[in-house]
Design a protein around this ligand. Sequence first.
Ligand code: GAL
Length: 669
Amino acid sequence: MTAARPWPLGVDGIIYGGDYNPEQWPREVRLEDIELMREAGVNLVSVAIFAWATLEPREGEYDFAWLDEVMDHLADAGIKVALATATASPPPWLTRAHPEILPVTEDGTVLGQGGRQSYAVSSPLLREYALRMTRVMAERYGEHPALALWHVDNELGCHVPHDYSDHAATAFRAWLERRYETIDVLNAAWGTAFWSQRYDSFEEILPPRAAPTYANPTQQFDFARFSSDELLTHYRALRDVLREVTPQVPATTNFMLSSATKWMDYFSWAGDVDLVANDHYLIAADERGQIELAMAADLTRGAAGGDPWILMEHSTSAVNWQPRNRAKGRGEMLRNSLAHVARGADGVMFFQWRQSRAGAEKFHSAMVPHGGRDTDVWRNTVGLGRALEALAPVHGSRVLNRVAIVVDYPSWWAAELDSHPTQHLRYSEELLRWYTALWDLGVGVDMVPTGVDLTGYELVIAPTLYSVTDEDAGLLADAARSGTQVVITFFSGIVDEHDHVRLGGYPGAFRDLLGVRTEEFYPLQEGEILHLDDGTAADLWSEKTHLEGAEAVRTWADGPLRGWPAVTRQEVGEGAGWYVAARPSAEGLETLVGEIVAAAGVEASVSGLHRDVEAVRRFAEDGTTYLFVLNHSDRDQVVQVSGRDLLSGTDADGAFTVHAGSAAVVQES
Ligand code: GAL
């Protein structure tokens, strides 16, 4: 475990609040807001995220009166503010005067004014305006007693992860020159001998804009890396102004770590924020959405290096942007919130405080709904405030696991590029499948990046680690030698960091660790199912794998590869390397993961629970443990535990019932 970073927020206990957009409301409503925030126990609100056009209605003319008053009222009420740089949506006067700051899509479409985030992140002029606005905010509010945290921009890259404008082209070239230094090195890295793509100078290079056919894969790969770096560069530029003017105030921005967001490599961003903050929204159509939520929360803790983090946004009930926006069921919002806390969040916040009356998000739930106080949503808001107050002692404690899943954004980008054996591989789906199998066994997981020491884990799973450096492959082999069960799945170790195939047989980088050699892939057609020799099904993928030291754990029972290995295992030092050259069904994966977990000697955090009951422990430095039991099922669950349930204030001594749909947080004795 790495040394904990000091918690930068001067709020005792657990943070509670949401995005607060007072610019949408008249003064009397803002006054009522303060009363309601007190009633709910809110202690932090994010303010002015989309207020640029209200704060600076004309270039260089500012209207701060309303925000001054809001800040003062919040300070008087003891409510802290995560104040935004207000740069997330440039005002119409700016894009009208300088349409060249607008972002451009792959096919040349200019994304205009009227929504939000209509800026090209590489535009020097946009940068200049955003820096100026940031400085104005920092100078005006830097000493304000309500200010606790800077909220830089908002969900950088949310709508425009990739900009293909001329500004982007210029910045991409500069980024490439830093990476490769000479055009010859770039030509070698990009494999430009192929299809007459040789470049004679950096000036000839463009972003991978719409082309007659597949753009150069390494160009696409590097453009993904560049785009993530470019958004981070923008963050850093704004953050540096804040650090200069207000060195005493911590700064962050809201990440979007989940299975749905692939383009920002947050592991590489996390070192630049003073506190990791994440936004997460449930996939309403997913009946077991709590599993993806848990994975996202574990991923956020991974980005935070195990330190506590805050959930900056989620929803009290429905969102407005999915095809069918389901309202949350009884107890669901509390369970969702506590699931994040269980997995290391020391703050729970929402988009947004008061549900909008107008605009694109008026049907998005909030803490104060359209219906006012006599609603389930408001009662839930108040109820959560009480619950989080009771959980104050949990603050600062940590989650410890013996199993890790390796997550690598560059592999996510590269594995899903075009012109591959199958277009139907989804990296995050593979992560979630393995995560779900472990969830069903009640086993806690850390989601960790590549490039870190893994020897402390009993079990490490690297799903589809397609692009890997020799060093990172070496870290997985080191773990196996030291006693870890290391699992590598299909389409891993295939290419180096330039997307060049590792020759001599697949899975290139892992052949020695795994003791196998694959000669050819046999991807399956849509709907095609094969079986393994344990009778379970597999889809999407198969490959012709020779054993070169490993033994077969499963073989193909039908299809052209009948009798060939589908899952293998090789002893390595004190541990082992497992290769899963198939994509087993959920049932097949659960059995297999059961065997692997047993080989690793890992057990459920609490045994014997229904699979939809989530049990997670947080460990405090003084030895106190907090057991979160979240019952997502429709039946009561009896748990063997002793201690005090902080939520109900009752003592648990032995068999303790957590009712269907409800939650308990037991301070164990
Ligand atoms: C987030 C965004 C918020 C709000 C929310 C709605 O992506 O940061 O401003 O739009 O989604 O779910």
